[in-house]
Design a protein around this ligand. Structure first.
Ligand SMILES: [Zn+2]
Length: 103
C-alpha cells in the first residue's frame, strides 16, 4: 500500500509550492533596490535618505522647541555627546531652518 505520493507527483507538488512561495516573497534583488540611501545608491540617493536630510530633520526638531533656552540646551547636549564639529554643523542647519521659515 503506497503511503506517500509517487515521486513524479511529489515533484509536481514541490514545484507548485515553490512557485507560490516565489510569487509571494519579493526577490532579494528587488528588496535591495528599495533602499535609496547614499551607501546603496551613491549616484542617485533618495532625497530623504541623505545625511543632509537627517541633519535637517534634527534641526527642525530642535527649532520646534518652545524656548530659546530649550533650543540652546538641546544644541549643547548634542555638542557634548557628538563633539564640537557636530554642534557647529547642527547650529548651521538650525540657521538654515530659520532662514527657510522666514521666507
Ligand atoms: Zn541603503
Amino acid at each position: 500500500m503506497p503511503t506517500a505520493a509517487a515521486p513524479a507527483e511529489e515533484d509536481a507538488v514541490e514545484q507548485r509550492l515553490r512557485s507560490v512561495k516565489g510569487a509571494r516573497e519579493p526577490a532579494r534583488d528587488d528588496a535591495a533596490m528599495t533602499c535609496h540611501c547614499e551607501q546603496c545608491r551613491p549616484d542617485d540617493p533618495g532625497p530623504t535618505y541623505t545625511e543632509a536630510f537627517r541633519l535637517e530633520c534634527l534641526a527642525r526638531q530642535v527649532a520646534a522647541l518652545p524656548t530659546l533656552q530649550a533650543r540652546r540646551g538641546a544644541l549643547d547636549r548634542w555638542g557634548a555627546k557628538h563633539g564640537v564639529d557636530a554642534k557647529v554643523e547642527l547650529r548651521e542647519a538650525l540657521r538654515r531652518v530659520w532662514e527657510t521659515r522666514a521666507t
